[in-house]
Design a protein around this ligand. Structure first.
Ligand SMILES: Cc1cc2nc3c(=O)[nH]c(=O)nc-3n(C[C@H](O)[C@H](O)[C@H](O)COP(=O)(O)O)c2cc1C
Length: 207
């Protein structure tokens, strides 16, 4: 129902289509999952569409602060080698080094996402917020397309080798690595507590 410029979201009467329900279904289906077939490639066009839709996220001052690097094929092993070298330099055990080397081979596509710096600390924080919103949009798009997705952070976020591998600037902030692939299993269910939500003030709208 549209009243003036306000769209009232209501429980749909029996037999009618609830306009929010398809989005609710996608959002509730989205899960962090690496249960994917690493050898089943994802078409480049699909990945490009997901990145394009992610860039519809809101961004204050229209800084369009996102940077994407799509890491596929042998690029995944090269990225793993870069991160493994960090561990070698830090005298980490061989088993850990080898695990890092093959880490990015778990999915056919890994997307590194960074936020550019702003002119001041507030803009830099807002740029990062916008990039986080872009990543969530990408994850929802992936879910809608039937892909499994997984947002990870970890040591790569602060690795100079990782940054240089991606060609990010020293002033950029890496916000995440997103693994994408076709699902070959389901993650265990998750219990989500109801979000804290408090209505303040009395509505003047009439139903
Ligand atoms: C900023 C951010 C960083 C994350 N980093 C990791 C990570 O490094 N490793 C990991 O296993 N999951 C990571 N996750 C995924 C969360 O663990 C996951 O979202 C959470 O368990 C809830 O599960 P769901 O995404 O399936 O709802 C990250 C999520 C966010 C938003």
């Amino acid at each position: 129902m549209i009243v003036g410029s306000t769209v009232l979201i209501m429980t749909a009467p029996a037999g009618s289509v609830d306009p929010l329900s398809s989005f609710e279904a996608i959002a509730s289906q989205r899960r962090s999952s690496l249960r994917v077939d690493p050898d089943h490639s994802v078409p480049d066009e699909l990945v490009d569409r997901l990145i394009a839709v992610s860039a519809t996220a809101p961004n204050h001052r229209r800084t369009f602060p996102w940077r994407f690097r799509i890491i596929i094929g042998n690029g995944r092993a090269e990225l793993g080698d870069a991160l493994a070298q960090d561990l070698v330099d830090a005298n980490q055990p061989e088993a850990k080094v080898e695990k890092a080397r093959s880490k990015y081979l778990r999915a056919p596509v890994v997307i590194a996402v960074a936020a550019i710096a702003g002119e001041d600390a507030t803009m830099t924080a807002e740029n990062r917020d916008a990039v986080s919103a872009a990543i969530q949009t990408l994850l929802l798009g992936a879910t809608a397309a039937g892909l499994a997705s997984y947002w990870s952070t970890g040591a790569a976020m602060t690795s100079v080798r990782f940054r240089e591998f991606c060609g990010f600037d020293a002033t950029d902030t890496t916000v995440g690595l997103v693994y994408l692939g076709w699902p070959n299993g389901d993650p265990p269910p998750i219990d989500r507590p109801a979000p804290e939500s408090l209505r303040i003030g009395a509505s003047t709208q009439t139903p």
